[in-house]
Design a protein around this ligand. Structure first.
Ligand code: A2P
Length: 267
């Protein structure tokens, strides 16, 4: 890994850049986030991901990480799971503010606002670390200019897995400029599937049973609703199936439609 001991004197190709870690927060024994500097020349769209690399046993190993920061923010933040004995995250979780990581400078991804047709409500449907790109969207003023409402719907197994999102909501509330914009426009709905919690159930079940609509006090889902989906491969497959069954179509930059999902995490 790239750390203070092996801090690179790497002569990196232009497509790579070294990011210095500024802060690390461990939310649970399985989840953590880290923040890095943002090189001035690095541009990305809200909702995109990059490849983050570490040098492990003399080999550079990369994994796709959604950028949690919005495109206007001066630092970059990433949210990660700690996979037990995982070949990458076993090292990544040891990052400290003295460490560095490698980033491929090309940001990409499908969870961009421009891949959706104009609509009234934007639902951000996520499980687990799939919330990462939606934190980026939550902090994006354009989302509140385009939509009447932005509704984050996050499901996870345990209550403690909601800490990262709660933390981000608090940061958002403290940001005076943004809080003016999202006032009455941002809603956050959280559901837990393996713990006691007021709202329970998988996102798929919440959609198909109508519980999501009821709990949010909406009259129904409409043709003006738009969706972004991010989570595990199975969650994405099942959630997009549920959306298709309701008549929504998948969009892309060239053909904006009603929903998009992150393909980087689907093999
Ligand atoms: P459940 O607890 O019923 O498995 P994971 O950590 O496995 O990615 O799960 C995160 C959340 O996503 C959990 O609430 C889990 O529910 C839910 N989940 C897992 N698989 C699916 C799926 N195929 N469709 C919808 N939600 C899912």
């Amino acid at each position: 890994m790239v750390n203070n001991v092996t801090r690179p004197s790497l002569s990196l190709d232009k497509q790579y850049i070294v990011l210095n870690v500024i802060g690390v927060i461990h939310y649970t024994d399985k989840l953590f986030s880290f923040r890095t500097n943002r090189p001035k020349a690095f541009r990305f769209k809200t909702g995109e991901f990059v490849m983050i690399g570490l040098i492990i046993n003399s080999e550079t190993v990369f994994r796709a990480y959604s950028i949690c920061s919005a495109s206007w923010q001066r630092t970059l933040e990433f949210y990660s799971i700690k996979v037990p004995n995982g070949p990458f995250t076993s090292f990544l979780q040891k990052l400290t503010p003295k460490s560095a990581v490698i980033m491929k400078v090309k940001a990409t991804g499908t969870l961009t606002l421009s891949s959706l047709k104009p609509g009234r409500r934007l639902f951000l449907l996520c499980t687990g670390t799939g919330v990462a790109p939606f934190v980026s969207v939550m902090f994006e003023p354009a989302a509140y200019e385009i939509y009447d409402e932005v509704i984050v719907v996050m499901a996870c197994r345990l209550v403690c897995e909601l800490k990262f999102l709660s933390n981000k909501c608090r940061q958002l509330v403290r940001n005076k400029r943004l809080s003016m914009l999202f006032k009455n426009k941002l809603r956050v709905y959280t559901s837990v599937t393996r713990d006691n919690y007021p709202f329970v159930g998988r996102i798929t079940a919440l959609i198909t049973s109508g519980a999501l609509v009821d709990d949010l006090n909406l009259s129904a889902l409409t043709q003006f609703d738009r969706f972004m989906v991010c989570g595990s491969q199975a969650m994405i497959a099942d959630t997009t199936l549920a959306l298709k069954a309701l008549g929504y179509k998948e969009g892309s930059v060239n053909n904006p439609q009603a929903f998009v999902y992150e393909k980087a995490f689907v093999s």
